[in-house]
Design a protein around this ligand. Structure first.
Ligand code: SAH
Length: 281
């Protein structure tokens, strides 16, 4: 039976697009749609459970925005998937990567490594600044030293795990508690011909280090909670990439990892999203 999702749409003045978009993603929407108008825009998010209306009203009140532009309706999974498809576009990332949705017919520009993704209902299309930043930092890590073992914690569609394998990693572990994400990651691994190098698991329990590269595109609180465990999984000279938080939370995440002996060596900021590369001194 098709799952049904709650669609939450909110009309706001254009100056609040970023704050409301960030809120919807942090509240769990796997993606958002912005229907931009000249002065006001409609921002739409999707939620598997109850949409976060109370918290959204609080945010709008804090922003001094109108509270009467909120609407919800239920949509079935298939309709949602089709809407979402319109928003996935092929992208070049860094010097070597090209991410394209599975229904795209254009092939990668020559010299670029293709990552083909059918996100289905899972997060991770390459559209989000954090996904792009993680891929860019993975590409840079692979340029410095060969990647042997890579961990992708919070794999979603599998996009980062597949990127790592396509950049040469021999063994990639992909963790996600969401069965929909695990199914998508497994399928995308097959589509990209790297299934044999990919292990998709529901938690970090069966995972053991050391990893040359750990990618964790999650959210601030979870990163802080997982920092000690991720540190033990990282090779002595390994690279840790963490993302999924906004600038207001960046210091907190950085300090948490610094307590684990991992220090920021690169920071990528796009919009309000911050992605950190961390290493041991
Ligand atoms: N790696 C992808 C998707 C990131 S979305 C990208 O960069 O685009 C974050 C993913 O983390 C979601 O699929 C979510 O199900 C997963 N997640 C949530 N809690 C988690 C946990 N405790 N451990 C690992 N993954 C988790």
């Amino acid at each position: 039976m098709a799952r049904s999702w709650a669609e939450l749409s909110v009309r706001v003045s254009n100056r609040h697009i970023e704050a409301v978009s960030n809120f919807l993603v942090e509240a769990g929407s796997p993606g958002i749609e912005v229907r931009e108008g000249s002065a006001n825009s409609e921002i739409v998010g999707y939620f598997a459970g109850m949409p976060p209306i109370t918290a959204l009203r609080r945010l709008l009140a804090d922003l001094g925005a109108r509270l009467d532009g909120i609407a919800t309706r239920r949509v079935d999974e298939e309709a949602w998937g089709e809407t979402w498809k319109r928003h996935c576009r092929p992208q070049t990332i860094g010097k070597r990567l090209y991410v394209c949705p599975s229904w795209e017919v254009e092939r990668a520009p020559s010299g670029r490594i293709e990552i083909v993704i059918d996100p289905g209902m899972a997060f991770g299309t390459g559209d989000h600044p954090t996904t792009r930043a993680c891929l860019l930092l993975a590409e840079r890590a692979a340029a410095r030293a060969p990647l042997r073992r890579v961990l992708d914690c919070g794999t979603g569609s599998g996009i980062l795990a597949i990127g790592a394998a396509r950049l040469g990693a021999r063994e990639v572990w992909a963790v996600d508690p969401d069965p929909v994400a695990r199914a998508a990651a497994t399928e995308n691994g097959e589509i990209n011909g790297i299934g044999g190098r990919l292990r998709v698991v529901p938690s970090l329990d069966p995972v053991s280090g050391p990893f040359d590269l750990i990618l964790a595109n999650l959210f601030a609180d979870l990163l802080a909670e997982l920092a000690p465990r991720l540190r033990t999984l990282l090779a002595r000279t390994g690279v840790m990439v963490c993302a999924g938080f906004v600038s207001a939370d960046a210091d907190r995440v950085e300090q948490q990892f610094a307590r684990e002996g991992l220090h920021a060596t690169q920071t990528i900021t796009e919009g309000d999203w911050v992605t950190l590369e961390l290493r041991r001194p």
